[in-house]
Ligand binder design. Structure first.
Ligand SMILES: [Zn+2]
Length: 80
């Protein structure tokens, strides 16, 4: 699934910085069309909801760490 690969990469990238409203919308769009990423999204739903309320959101450092570990375990992007 090419779209999922893109989605997962985006997910890892945004954990390094701020989640913008555009990225937030892109996440939501993918979630709506993809049951594949449902499990990952369930863990991010609160974050995305907060992003929607605030416009932008900086993820707390401790959360970044656990999310990154979680995503890496779930996704295993090839070549990394
Ligand atoms: Zn997906």
């Amino acid at each position: 699934m090419k779209e999922c690969e893109h989605f997962k990469k985006l997910l890892c990238d945004y954990l390094d910085g701020e989640l913008s409203k555009e990225q937030c919308a892109e996440f939501e769009k993918h979630i709506d069309n993809c049951t594949n990423c449902d499990e990952i999204i369930n863990n991010l739903k609160d974050i995305i909801d907060e992003c929607k309320n605030q416009g932008t959101l900086t993820i707390p450092e401790h959360m970044k760490m656990s999310l990154k570990t979680y995503i890496k375990e779930k996704i295993r992007i090839k070549g990394e």
